[in-house]
Design a protein around this ligand. Structure first.
Ligand SMILES: [Zn+2]
Ligand SMILES: [Zn+2]
Length: 875
């Protein structure tokens, strides 16, 4: 039979059996009586021992009368033993009653669908001294109806089932549990527990005005033309309304080794942790930030998860009790939450200062005294995250599930982006604040003591590395899913001047396509911004075998198809109707910049696109990883094109697809040579290769005074060149500076990690055509060394010496052959004309490189597709 047990029963209540006055069985109603034919014969009663919102009720027997149906006649209930109490709590509901509209459909006067204030009954407390307290039970106040519509909540009563905090679908699934809510709903993390009966009951606490007087009976007097169902009654001596829960609070839970509270079920309940008159909001691992050394830590440094300690968030009546698993998993410690400090020999629950002090936080740039956008993190003494009032308390780390301006670094260090001012509720005592804004501003870690007088905290940040002043701007070439405005905020917060937001297709999912208009640069002066931070929507066009290509900042119509050739990038049945090379060519015709993203994977046709001179830059990609640096695999692949004379710049882009990747984790620095910084000027700088990619260290690098991206001509005799460099960092410490010549490490200069600025020069003998680049290694003290930055090359052309490396050329040719083989065999074939163009494009690239190889006299094996005679060199 239907029952509800939503927690252990609170001991503060005395359940009272109404068996003596029940006059109907829950399944005995006809439709007429309930003004609802669909309810005829349905089981409407809860039976037996119930715990509803933590309150115990002793309800009727299933086989007997178990509902008091109140209509026409008054009913008097006599207590077995006279009692005193502060509140009686009723479970009841009213049969619907409706006003009839006039002929024109308008109701006069309009008292509401559920007639607001309409009296359905009087509940009369009869005291031993003969006095009475009569309380009118009115619709929408103390009682609601059998069916509730949206907007028909009661003012003094609450629904039968309690609100709960639920896990998201992805959290459920990653815990091995089946999903239990729809995607969007589960993101709200709140729900109302489902009811086992098909009608709505209302729980109402009637205040006894004479709590010290003995009561002997209650008389239920129905109003005319009204009917109601009374299910249960319980009494309590609690002083405050037992249905009112308090504000959110936090407590620190410590469990003994080997004891777990388990995963939340679909209703958000834990096997090892419960509360009666309230609800658990969240349980998250406690994070140890080593608060005593907070200021010594670096930006985004991850805290340590503490074993078996959790931050429990809850809201509850002051008299609520927790049940907590302890060493013997069957026994539970119990704590009254007003004096929450409990500890058994094995488990403990201690209060954390509530975050209730309203504080405005302002971030000011020291020189301009202007408010500026930043990345912000705040935590309290227990390591609890303290987000602004309008930011996620629990950011969602999963793919495509969170496009809010929040950033959980390393999945656990929770941060958000603000525009320079925000409002946050803080606890009294110490709070620990981290503020950062990219690679040129010194990140701050500070401790603030919050007192009842604290209303505002102003934090100054300082622009200490003058790269922007020198004409450099930073960019992320690859961001997904954010709205343009959120991308603008996150870009500004990370000090990224240009965010390329890329629309794309993922199977049958199309993202950011509505944000693409082929002309607007968000944040530009033309678009009403200050022109310092820009967002431009481009596209990432993708093929799972041939490769991906980022088409940045082109004008005019969107370049489609966005993906080809079926899963896992495209939709089933999409033909390979276009190549990367064709996409790139069209982008250039429309004025865009072409980047090979997350270079070199997928590793195939990008070879053809580079050989055909369609590519401006290759992208070093970080995703959410802050510490692995530029992948040597990406560099190896890139170097061979440079070795063969195919010049492409290096850029940095994150491929952000979830909250756990920060915009600009790896970024592009591009030098705007003369004139104003605009999106067009940025494109020009990338095309010219005046760029470096970095995780933090900033650089200047020149050969004979010519900056990155330059071409220098030398006579056939070659010469000695001076390569000058200057490095600075306020984030990742630098450990080594390396000069790379034609892919080989020619010079190494070691740097002590405390050095924030360092400069030097190398003298380089150049005898043949060569490319020179600067590679910078570094890393935080507790992380391994990484390739932290890499310049675009400076190209030195020595007369009569062609750029060519036979072994590299061979690998490039093989990749093009792979693309042709794919098109010829398993690729979903486009209609004849498109297929022919695809084939011709790839063949042209193949022929171009192949002819070069022949001209250079390079021996190579031919693939069957390209058998031919080689009269001019020996086989
Ligand atoms: Zn991609
Ligand atoms: Zn992407």
């Amino acid at each position: 039979m239907p029952t509800i047990v939503d927690s252990k029963p609170s001991p503060e209540f005395t359940p009272i059996s109404l068996a003596g006055v029940y006059n109907r069985n829950g399944a005995s109603f006809c439709g007429d009586e309930l003004a609802d034919e669909t309810l005829a014969g349905k089981e409407l009663s809860l039976t037996g021992e119930n715990v509803i919102r933590g309150i115990p009720f002793h309800l009727g027997d299933a086989a007997e009368n178990n509902i008091l149906f109140l209509k026409n006649d008054a009913v008097t209930f006599d207590f077995d033993a006279p009692i005193t109490c502060c509140y009686f709590v009723f479970i009841h509901t009213a049969v619907a009653k409706r006003d009839v509209p006039d002929g024109d459909g308008i109701t006069r006067p309009p008292r509401g669908r559920i007639i607001l204030g309409d009296k359905v009954a009087d509940y009369q407390l009869i005291y031993e001294d003969g006095s009475e307290q009569s309380v009118a039970i009115r619709r929408r106040f103390a009682i609601g109806e059998l069916h509730k519509d949206w907007g028909d909540e009661c003012f003094e009563a609450v629904p039968l089932t309690k609100s709960s905090a639920i896990p998201t679908i992805s959290e459920r699934m990653s815990a091995g549990e089946p999903p239990d809510a729809l995607f969007g709903r589960s993101q709200t993390r709140v729900s109302v527990e489902s009811s086992p009966v098909p009608v709505g009951y209302w729980v109402y606490a009637l205040e006894n005005r004479k709590p010290n007087e003995v009561i002997k009976s209650i008389r239920f007097v129905p109003a005319e033309e009204s009917a109601l169902l009374i299910l249960g009654l319980t009494a309590t001596n609690l002083g405050g309304n037992p249905l009112r829960w308090g504000r959110r609070q936090k407590a620190l839970l410590t469990l003994p080794e080997g004891v777990s509270i388990g995963h939340p079920d679909a209703s958000g309940r834990y096997a090892g942790l419960g509360i009666d008159l309230g609800q658990i909001i969240s349980v998250t691992p406690r994070l140890d930030y080593d608060n005593a050394h907070w200021k010594d830590g670096y930006n985004n440094k991850a805290p340590v998860r503490v074993e078996n300690q959790f931050i429990v968030e809850y809201c509850a009546h002051p008299a609520a009790r927790f049940t907590v698993a302890s060493k013997d998993k069957l026994s539970f410690a119990v704590s009254d939450c007003e004096k929450i400090n409990i500890s058994t020999e094995t488990s403990s629950l201690e209060p954390i200062n509530p975050a209730e002090q309203d504080v405005i936080i302002k971030i000011i740039e020291a020189k301009s005294k202007k408010k500026v956008a930043v990345k912000l993190h705040i935590h309290g003494e227990a390591g609890e995250y303290l987000p602004p009032a309008d930011r996620h308390r629990i950011p969602n780390p999963y793919w495509f599930e969170d496009y809010s301006p929040d950033y959980p670094a390393n999945g656990i260090h929770l941060c958000t982006y603000i525009d320079g001012e925000t409002r946050v509720k803080l606890p009294l005592g110490n709070v620990y604040i981290e503020v950062s804004k990219g690679f040129e501003i010194k990140p701050i870690r500070e401790v603030y003591n919050i007192t009842p007088e604290t209303t505002e905290i102003v934090i100054e940040i300082e622009h200490v590395l003058p790269w922007r002043e020198k004409g450099w701007v930073s960019a992320d070439t690859h961001v997904h899913f954010l709205s343009p405005q959120t991308a603008l905020l996150e870009g500004a917060g990370e000090g990224v001047n240009v965010v390329n937001l890329l629309a794309s297709q993922w199977g049958e999912l199309f993202t950011n396509v509505g944000d693409f208009d082929g002309c607007t640069t968000f944040g530009s002066k033309e678009a009403g911004g200050d022109g310092e931070y820009l967002v431009r929507v481009g596209t990432e066009n993708r093929q799972h075998v041939l490769g991906h290509i980022s088409l940045c900042g082109y004008n005019g119509r969107i370049i489609t198809p966005l993906t080809t050739g079926g899963p896992d990038e495209s939709a089933l049945g999409d033909a390979v109707e276009v190549t990367l090379s064709q996409w790139a060519k069209q982008c250039k015709e429309q004025g865009g910049v072409v980047v090979l993203p997350h270079f070199p994977n997928p590793r195939c046709e990008n070879a053809a696109a580079i050989v055909l001179n369609h590519i401006d830059a290759v992208e070093m990609t970080s995703w959410g990883n802050l510490y692995d640096g530029i992948d040597p695999y990406s560099l190896s692949d890139w170097y061979r094109y440079l070795n063969c004379g195919y010049f492409v710049a290096a850029v940095g882009g994150t491929d952000k697809m979830s909250a756990t990747t920060a915009v600009g984790t790896v970024r592009t620095y591009a030098l705007i040579e003369d004139g104003e910084f605009t999106y067009d000027a940025w494109k020009e700088a990338v095309r010219a290769g005046r760029t470096f990619a970095t995780y933090g260290p900033l650089m200047e690098f020149s050969v004979e005074g010519h900056p990155m991206g330059s071409r220098i001509e030398l006579p056939a005799s070659g010469g000695t060149l001076n390569a000058e460099w200057q490095l600075a960092t306020v984030t990742v410490p630098i450990s080594k500076v390396e000069l790379v010549v034609n892919g080989e490490t020619r010079e190494v200069f070691s740097v002590t990690p405390d050095k924030r600025e360092v400069q030097g020069s190398f003298s380089v003998q150049v005898n043949r055509s060569s490319w020179l680049a600067l590679r910078v290694r570094g890393g935080y003290a507790d992380k391994h060394e990484m390739i932290a930055a890499h310049s675009s090359p400076i190209v030195v052309r020595v007369d009569e010496s062609e750029f060519f490396a036979a072994a590299d050329a061979m690998t490039i040719l093989e990749q093009i052959e792979g693309a042709i083989a794919f098109i010829d065999t398993v690729a979903t074939r486009a209609e004849a004309k498109a297929y022919k163009t695809v084939k011709m494009t790839l063949t042209a690239a193949h022929r171009g490189l192949h002819n070069r190889m022949h001209n250079m006299g390079v021996f190579h094996e031919h693939s069957p597709m390209d058998e031919h005679e080689h009269p001019h060199h020996k086989h």
